[in-house]
Design a protein around this ligand. Structure first.
Ligand code: TPP
Ligand code: MG
Length: 352
């Protein structure tokens, strides 16, 4: 409903939106369907107990996240619909890019949805996030509507940055973007953590960067100050295995990014398992509040190229991408888990 109202408002406010909608009529239905992630299946909120497998590896930590998690039906619905909305939004972006409705830079998050959905599920309203240019999913989860994001990408005034920012510069409450310069968000994220500490806020700054950015000097300067001042920062390395045209293994002497904080403890997390990400994030919040920063590496995968101008197949094999889609897709594996433990049925999924 929220999305539909957004479309109608946009039509009233900005004639050029008609162009966007005409060129992308499939978006119309999509915006209608998103309907605020409500559980349309309307069944009692039962829960199941699950054991996570191969979910974590630790570095210099004496405590660890729990492997035993409880999953409520309502939580499963939210996690699934969040991941699906992000996936469909990114696929729609790719289509609009091909139609030249979206131009310029455009970096898609498909394949990495468990990272944002799992983290968001554990976060409290006062926690903050800052990330790189792969920002559409986060903008949505932090409160932006799909319509505002798509309008921003199409450079319309009703976009979340009034059409001035584009794909890499989208923002929402407690979400500091969308940053185009590789690694630049890391010192900013440490600064946000400093602001939380300075103002005695009970908040944690989630500072996200990629495996490529992980080799930059500014990261280590940020680690140093954050550790020295015990700032409530979780440095989140989204290791999607590739930088721009290079695999992580070719670019890093030590691709175990969770150990790269040296004096900062770290945790490796299976970033394709949304429940592992949620559990690890809960742990990191508690720890960052009391002991200062950690590095959380989320091992994940991106399906599209680095950006829309990169087909993404010159430095990796098509078969590799297909293999991940088939065997380790974060949405499919979560759906299978919900079906296997009888939390949701095929019928429920059709209704979502
Ligand atoms: C300072 C700087 N150097 C180079 C670039 C060009 N560039 C954009 S993304 C990228 C690779 C980043 O890879 P990674 O950190 O793994 O993030 P991913 O794209 O995989 O999410 C590079 C070199 C840039 N934007 N800024
Ligand atoms: Mg990368």
């Amino acid at each position: 409903m929220k999305m539909l109202l957004g479309v109608q408002r946009a039509l009233r406010q900005n004639v050029s939106h008609q162009l966007l909608i005409r060129k992308a009529s499939f978006l119309d239905q999509f915006c209608k369907d998103a309907d605020n992630n409500k559980d349309k299946t309307d069944k009692p909120d039962k829960s199941v107990e699950l054991t996570l497998e191969n979910a974590f590896k630790l570095y210099n930590l004496d405590d660890e996240p729990t492997d035993y998690v409880t999953l409520k039906r309502s939580e499963a619905v939210k996690l699934y619909t969040d991941m699906q909305t992000v996936r469909r939004m990114e696929n729609a972006c790719a289509e609009l890019y091909r139609q030249k409705v979206i131009r310029g830079f455009c970096h898609l998050y498909a394949g990495q949805e468990a990272c944002c959905a799992g983290m968001w599920a554990a976060m409290r309203p006062e926690d903050t996030v800052i990330t790189s240019y792969r920002s559409h999913g986060w903008t949505y989860l932090m409160g932006g509507s799909v319509y505002e994001i798509m309008a921003e990408l199409a450079q319309k005034q009703t976009g979340c940055s009034r059409g001035k920012g584009g794909s890499m510069h989208t923002y929402a409450k407690n979400f500091f973007g969308g940053n185009g310069i590789v690694g630049s968000q890391v010192p900013l994220g440490a600064g946000v953590g400093l602001a939380h500490a300075y103002r005695c806020r009970d908040a944690v700054s989630f500072t996200l960067y990629g495996d490529g950015a992980a080799n930059q000097g500014q990261l280590f300067e940020s680690f140093n100050l954050a550790c020295l001042w015990k700032l409530p920062v979780v440095f989140v390395c989204e290791n999607n295995k590739y930088g721009m045209g290079t695999s992580a293994n070719r670019a890093a002497c030590n691709p175990n990014y969770y150990t790269r904080g040296d004096y900062i403890p770290g945790i490796w997390v299976n970033g394709m398992d949304v429940l592992a990400v949620r559990s690890a994030t809960e742990f990191c919040i508690d720890r960052a509040k009391t002991c200062g920063p950690l590095v959380m590496e989320l091992e994940t995968y991106r399906y599209y190229g680095h950006s829309m101008s990169d087909p993404g197949t010159s430095y990796r094999k098509r078969e590799e991408i297909e293999q991940v889609r088939k065997t380790n897709d974060p949405i499919t594996r979560f759906k299978t888990l919900c079906l296997n433990c009888k939390l949701l049925t095929e019928e429920d999924f059709k209704l979502l």
